[in-house]
Design a protein around this ligand. Structure first.
Ligand SMILES: [Zn+2]
Length: 321
């Protein structure tokens, strides 16, 4: 019965940990949080659910800590849903949690499936294509009413203190690339960056999940100049690329983000690499190449998740084991 049922041609895939939870389905935040709580309750000795901070609208931002190797002080950080409409990053994060716990792969993780909680809620209730957080920066109530709705919010991946305000970001609050008034102005960014800075000596690798474009990338995002770790990054990315391809046959692009996709300033990945000195900071753009884009059909949730986990395992071989 398991994994064999079909609903309109799409086989159902259940969680290995919670047998009634279907992993290849999109879920609103309440169900995402329910999954995290249930998983943490089941495995309370090595799994801890905690709150890294609160959003502008005062929602908790949850992280799950998975201690698969208590003797190792190091952690692998993974974050999803910095950009609200990138729903497949949430389902992929839940799959990674399921696999990391079930497989007992000897690596410790901190995983934040939904960083931009307010934005994610907004994509379920008001606007499926919302990207930014929900903090308004238009001064008075009067002017706010005369501004279009899109003038709310900051692009959380332009708000870090690395080449802040440079190429590929915007000073205009109505832009979907609005960088915010200053670095770390946003509570969601402060929550993530505080944890990362406090534990920077124990975080060996970071991976930010985004969509779409099918690209595994490394620094730099803000310039086409190569970093001193370029050769190492490319070695890691090549082994990831190969493992991903072996899973479902898809060939993802690899390379520094700014050279392969577009330039962007104030990125979390660049800040982690340059300001925290964590060598292995990566960002993946998941499926697809733009045919469906952000509105990825549910039948691609499962292959996206399985190939991403294959890539992560290849990276772990390189960096942790
Ligand atoms: Zn994104």
């Amino acid at each position: 019965m398991m994994n064999q049922q079909r609903v309109s041609g799409n086989p159902i895939h259940y969680s290995k940990l919670l047998p009634k939870f279907v992993l290849n389905r999109y879920y609103p935040i309440a169900q995402v949080n329910r999954y995290l709580k249930d998983v943490a309750n089941l495995h309370s000795t090595r799994i801890t659910l905690f709150t890294i901070g609160y959003t502008h609208e005062n929602r908790p931002i949850h992280a799950i800590e998975i201690l698969n190797n208590p003797n190792d002080p190091n952690f692998f950080w993974i974050d999803g849903c910095t950009h609200a409409r990138e729903w497949v990053t949430v389902t992929t994060a839940l799959y990674i949690i399921d696999q990391a716990i079930y497989s007992k792969i000897p690596v410790n993780f901190i995983i934040v499936p939904v960083l931009n909680v307010d934005g994610y809620v907004y994509t379920w209730t008001k606007d499926r294509m919302w990207r930014k957080n929900r903090r308004p920066y238009i001064g008075s109530r009067l002017s706010r009413h005369s501004m279009p709705e899109r003038c709310t919010g900051v692009d959380l991946n332009r708000n870090y203190d690395i080449n802040f305000g440079g190429t590929g970001s915007s000073k205009n609050p109505c832009s979907f690339l609005y960088q915010g008034p200053q670095p770390f102005s946003e509570p969601e960014v402060r929550a993530a960056s505080d944890l990362l800075s406090n534990y920077r000596h124990r975080i060996k690798m970071t991976l930010s999940l985004h969509s779409f474009n099918q690209l595994w990338s490394c620094p730099n995002a803000f310039t086409t100049e190569l970093t001193k770790d370029h050769n190492h990054h490319m070695n890691v990315l090549r082994s990831i690329q190969q493992a991903v391809r072996q899973q479902n046959g898809l060939l993802y692009d690899i390379g520094p983000l700014g050279s392969r996709l577009y330039l962007g300033s104030g990125f979390m990945m660049d800040w982690i690499y340059h300001k925290l000195g964590i060598r292995d900071a990566y960002l993946v753009e998941l499926r697809d190449r733009g045919y469906y884009g952000f509105i990825l059909p549910a039948d691609q949730i499962w292959p996206t998740a399985t190939e991403t986990w294959a890539g992560i395992q290849a990276a772990i071989q390189h960096i942790f084991l």
